[in-house]
Design a protein around this ligand. Sequence first.
Ligand SMILES: C[S@@+](CC[C@H](N)C(=O)[O-])C[C@H]1O[C@@H](n2cnc3c(N)ncnc32)[C@H](O)[C@@H]1O
Length: 330
Amino acid sequence: MMPFIFHLKTLFFVRCSFNKEQRKSPTKVFLNEKQVSYTVENMDFDKVYCKSSENMSEVADESVTLIVTSPPYNINNNYGNVHKNGRAVKSKGAKYEDNLEEEEYRKMLGRTFKECKRVLKQNGSIWINIKSRFVDGFIVPPFWILDFFKDMFLKNIIIWNFDWGGSTEKRFSPRYEFVFWFVKDTNNYVFNLDEIKVPALNYRPDRFKSQWKNPTDVWYIQMVSGNYPERTAHPAQYPEELLERIIKVASNKGDVVLDPFIGSGTTSRVAKDLDRKYIGYEINSEYVKMCNERLSLPPKRRKKQTTDIRPLYFYMDNEELANYVRKQGR
Ligand SMILES: C[S@@+](CC[C@H](N)C(=O)[O-])C[C@H]1O[C@@H](n2cnc3c(N)ncnc32)[C@H](O)[C@@H]1O
């Protein structure tokens, strides 16, 4: 009995000293038994949470520099089915059906975006990739998204243009999506333009000069096709190249990049490759597994090798192209 009491006393003493230590530095604040409020000092980074981003209590106020995401489109994508090369091959009972009532869909997004604004730093920005939907024969453009960000500043609406996709017979085949970019403070935000400048090509490789220009608000970046090494089984994966440009321009090394609808983990993969910290939220546990597996492997970005400078403009990243150009003595 004595040793047991001794142990209890020791434990009590250790616990009290620990608590005193803990009180010196900022720590978790227990609001009630379940809810914990985090400060930057005790937050976990480089983690994908398997839960809805409507509540991101694991992320401290004003701790994130960049939020980039593509929300569920509400076009009946059966996230959770079995996919191969990006196509649904077998249904095993969708865990999340992308066909909420429109009102519920927007309420859900509203709760997530409110959380996004809470965790965003004053000099931070939110980038949202979304496309027009085709519902009952009508186009529904995504400009309703602006209603959620009336307290922020819209800096650009980027047109992400690509070549592939379904063909239509009675209207033009859709070949673009939007990326809306909002900042908290219109005079103070991260924008590393030099990091993402593109070669100012004049389409005469022999006359190419190492001049670099603003890539403009129309971005030509291919969709992730079935034969891309980076392709996962997620039905709505966006390309790493798109994320690379956004992460480089809107954050610095060591900054935190958050994706509240992370899917297959594209955002976290690129953030990690570019030495940023990442946090993700995803409600489908299969996709969380996919993210973690993708993060545990080396990057699989598609690289195309060719001697013609013009295609390189589209397939190489800036640094690679700059090195290539220098080597060629152009
Ligand atoms: C358009 S996909 C994102 C795809 C991602 N950009 C990629 O490259 O793989 C949207 C994702 O949001 C997830 N999702 C839907 N509602 C959610 C919620 N409330 N919280 C977190 N994730 C959610 C879906 O399961 C789906 O994987």
